[in-house]
Design a protein around this ligand. Structure first.
Ligand code: CTP
Length: 470
């Protein structure tokens, strides 16, 4: 573990410490910053707790650092400063009491211990005094939980989640982000209070979606996605994903259960890409399988049209979850095309089929292949190899077709009219011949593909060609 000295040695923290000393404020480092530093993760978001008036202290800091206060939230006794790359948050030590109809607490000044006890998890309730940084203040065994990789609430978990149901999602997000487990009593309180996320106006859709997307951004999103399902939260926030549980499929490419298969595909994408929307596309690529499932004797389960139907479901889902509409087309395209590369791996496919896929996928073609490769979740290594090799072949064919098309469309940078003018020629075969010579020189790498080089080359070869008999 990183030691206190290292944590407080950051110049910005030293600066805040000297202001606190000079102006006589009791200031503590708290929250995510302390947690992350102890885990060896650096961060530019630093939370300070002040026993007393945090807004007044933030004003002193802004004067000393010569920066403006970015925001002041009087009701929460909180102020924010951006300084260089740092986001500094100053909050008064406080007690909170909640009204069941909202997450917005009534806030009162309090002492250090009361403030730490109202926090969501023991690992987020650690503090370091800037005035006397001799130890980590750890009233709820957060250090032990950090060591044992455990998410636990400082007080009764039922109260913690009832007060602020967003913490249900935060618990699952931290478990997925840090690869921690949720302590059993905390987990059963999550199960019990998950329904609070359904109540109108308690937690906004934007906050729910924000935490959900943070879970997708974690190194192994299946940890969080599984917990969302097991605690009943997925049924509330994304029922179409819960509906994949128990949908059997018999396919040589995939796992049996569509939910398990989907989670594996998301993890596979996460291993190779940080692109959140590619991960989201992986999550929803088979979303229409429950609706399109049909058993055909002699064949087994079929899901005809699930790609198109899945793409069509996205608009409603994006609207309901308040997802950014500028990502809708991307996700729809990946869902609707996700089976196409497999179908092109058969023999005797024409150039135009490859050309059509490349045109339809456009700039998303590479991402589509990442998704397709991730979609192979068979446990049989020979089969996996065979399908991955097929994708290599399909990608190669697309590349070849594109090269051919490029060549066909390729034109000399010095055009026919100019060749006629320079060489004093009427329209005739020699104009075409000179143009072809320039094009070949470019394709053979003799000259670069630019106007000046092409013109210079024309001047060099023209007399020779012009002197030849027709
Ligand atoms: N907190 C809380 N309940 C919440 C949100 C925050 O108790 N619903 C407390 C926690 O102590 C948390 C601190 O406020 O550590 C700061 O919150 P925030 O900046 O949102 O989260 P971090 O823990 O810093 O982590 P991250 O930045 O990854 O969200």
């Amino acid at each position: 573990m990183v030691n206190i000295k290292e944590i407080i040695s950051k110049p910005i923290i030293k600066k805040i410490k000297s202001i606190a000393k000079k102006k006589n404020y009791k200031v503590y480092l708290v929250g995510g910053y302390v947690r992350d530093r102890l885990l060896g993760i650096d961060s530019n978001d630093i939370d300070f707790m002040i026993v007393g008036d945090a807004i007044k202290f933030a004003e002193e800091v802004s004067k000393e650092l010569n920066v403006k206060l970015l925001a002041v939230y009087k009701n929460f006794c909180t102020a924010l400063i951006h300084y260089e790359d740092f986001k500094l948050e100053f909050a008064s030590a406080r007690k909170e009491s909640y009204d069941r109809k909202s997450r917005k607490p009534k806030v009162e000044y309090a002492d250090l211990e009361a403030d730490l006890s109202r926090r969501d998890f023991t690992i987020n309730a650690l503090a370091i005094s800037l005035i006397k940084p001799d130890k980590i203040i750890d009233k709820f065994n957060g250090l032990k939980d950090l060591d044992n990789k455990i998410i636990r609430t400082p007080l009764d978990p039922e109260k913690t989640f009832d007060d602020d149901p967003l913490r249900i999602l935060r618990a699952i997000r931290f478990a997925s982000q840090l690869n921690f487990s949720i302590e059993p009593i905390t987990l059963s309180a999550i199960n019990k209070y998950a329904k609070r996320l359904e109540e109108d106006s308690v937690v906004s859709q934007e906050r729910i979606t924000n935490e959900f997307l943070l879970i997708l951004q974690t190194p192994k999103p299946s940890i969080g996605l599984n917990l969302l399902y097991l605690t009943g939260v997925m049924d509330i926030i994304f029922p179409e994903i819960s509906a994949l549980v128990g949908i059997e499929q018999m396919s040589e490419y995939h796992h049996k259960d569509v939910f398990d298969h989907t989670l594996q595909v998301v993890d596979n994408v996460a291993k190779v890409s940080d692109n959140l929307w590619l991960r989201f596309a992986a999550l929803v690529h088979d979303i229409a399988k429950p609706q399109t499932k049909k058993f055909i004797s002699g064949i087994g389960w079929t899901f005809h049209g699930h790609s198109e139907q899945g793409a069509r479901m996205m608009k409603n889902i994006f609207t309901r979850m308040r997802l950014p509409m500028n990502k809708l087309e991307y996700v729809k395209k990946l869902i609707s095309l996700h089976l196409r590369p497999i179908s092109l791996s058969e023999e005797n496919v024409t150039d135009s089929a490859f050309r059509r896929l490349a045109t339809e996928a456009g700039e998303y073609l590479q991402d589509l292949f990442v998704l397709c490769r991730a979609d192979i979740t068979s446990k049989n290594p020979d089969k996996v190899k065979k399908y991955l090799d097929n994708f290599d072949k399909v990608e190669k064919r697309i590349f070849e077709v594109q090269e051919k098309d490029n060549l066909r469309n390729f034109q000399s940078p010095v055009r026919g009219d100019e060749i006629m003018q320079i060489c004093n020629l009427p329209p005739c075969k020699k104009v075409g011949l000179l143009k072809k010579k320039i094009e070949e020189a470019i394709l053979d790498g003799v000259i670069p593909n630019d106007y000046n080089a092409a013109k210079e080359y024309l001047m060099k070869i023209k007399d020779d060609i012009l002197s030849q008999e027709e």
